[in-house]
Design a protein around this ligand. Structure first.
Ligand SMILES: NC(=O)C1=CN([C@@H]2O[C@H](COP(=O)(O)OP(=O)(O)OC[C@H]3O[C@@H](n4cnc5c(N)ncnc54)[C@H](OP(=O)(O)O)[C@@H]3O)[C@@H](O)[C@H]2O)C=CC1
Ligand SMILES: CC(C)(CO)C(=O)C(=O)O
Length: 306
């Protein structure tokens, strides 16, 4: 029997901590599990979430690791960086049983390792929030709009069940029946932000401040849309550009996660962004159509390894 009341959040980063606090404040049963380490420790930490306006909220959250659990019987929410998915898909397989997974991650093909290992229920979310770690137990958080969740593999009833378990006043979710289109739109925008900003070593505002940078973003949008079309996803280039500009204005001065990762010597998610587009293009015999997207991705990867 699956006890969906248990919510296991994997990855104690900016998003994982924020979600854990939002759910604890509604008395949900939350376990925050470390994604990159398994030190066998369990501790209760007081985590703080600092909004842009208004009062800081906080909650006591149990933080532990995989070896503390023989099974994860409930909803499993992935808030780890996408490059950890392949290893996590293997580590989790036995413990997860039939528990549904919800992926709160940027990028394309991030669900692939879980599909390959036959997880029975996989749901995908596109996050419309910004969260940044400010200290070990504090996160700055700005909800932009309600984050949609849709089905990769599962049922409509299952989708509504996970949405109602995760949705809360402070971190809102809704069910969406066309998540693939939203995933692509956001991923294309990230292909521009997560390569151009790190390569220029500049903040997210560059696209609304600099016409030449916006020109490069528009070429990336055009290239990626050609691949999206082949996958049956039809987007409007003008609308994607407007979304990119809106994010650029609203996050002026902020550094994109890939640039923060490079500055901190961590791996980046470029493999599930520009490099995922390049792999898909190769599979379709369309390498020439995505030359700039692929090149920017390769340069970003080189920069992260220097
Ligand atoms: N922050 C934001 O504003 C937004 C984030 N996103 C997406 O949400 C996801 C989470 O982002 P965010 O919380 O900001 O990222 P953080 O870097 O703050 O946290 C990610 C967590 O991933 C875990 N992790 C890192 N490496 C590995 C690994 N090799 N294997 C398993 N787990 C690992 C770590 O957990 P632990 O410390 O427990 O080991 C880490 O704390 C990403 O896909 C990001 O692109 C999307 C939109 C906005
Ligand atoms: C594009 C952006 C900045 C929007 O939140 C994002 O996805 C991120 O912070 O990783």
């Amino acid at each position: 029997m699956n006890d969906l009341q248990n919510i296991y959040i994997i990855g104690a980063g900016a998003i994982g901590k924020t979600l854990a606090v939002a759910l604890r404040l509604e008395n949900r049963k939350v376990y925050l599990l470390r994604g990159s380490v398994d030190d066998g420790l369990t501790e209760t930490r007081t985590l703080q979430v600092i909004p842009e306006t208004g009062d800081t909220i906080e909650a006591a959250v149990e933080v532990s690791s995989f070896s503390q659990f023989s099974e994860l019987n409930g909803v499993i929410v992935l808030t780890n960086k996408s490059y950890g998915n392949r290893r996590l898909a293997e580590t989790l397989r036995q413990k997860a049983g039939n528990s549904p997974l919800v992926l709160l991650q940027n990028g394309l093909e991030v669900e692939q390792p879980f599909i390959e290992l036959d997880y029975p229920a996989v749901y995908r979310c596109v996050l419309f929030v910004t969260a940044q770690t400010v200290s070990e137990n504090a996160v700055r958080f700005k909800p932009v709009s309600v984050s949609p969740i849709g089905i990769v593999r599962g049922t409509v009833a299952g989708l509504h069940e996970v949405v109602s378990l995760l949705d809360s006043a402070r971190f809102q979710f809704k069910a969406d029946n066309d998540i693939e289109t939203i995933v692509w739109k956001k991923a294309i925008i990230n292909c521009a932000f997560n390569s151009v900003c790190p390569l220029l070593d500049i903040d997210n505002g560059i696209f609304h401040r600099n016409e030449a940078a916006l020109g490069i973003a528009n070429r990336i949008i055009t290239e990626c849309m050609a691949i999206a079309r082949e996958k049956g996803i039809h987007l409007d280039a003008g609308e994607v550009e407007q979304n990119l500009l809106r994010i650029s204005r609203s996050s002026d001065g902020q550094l994109i996660s890939t640039l923060q990762d490079i500055k901190n010597g961590r791996e980046t998610e470029i493999d599930t962004l520009n490099l995922a587009i390049a792999r898909m293009a190769k599979g379709l015999g369309m390498e020439e159509a995505v030359r700039e997207t692929a090149l920017l991705g390769e340069l970003t990867k080189i920069k992260s390894g220097l």
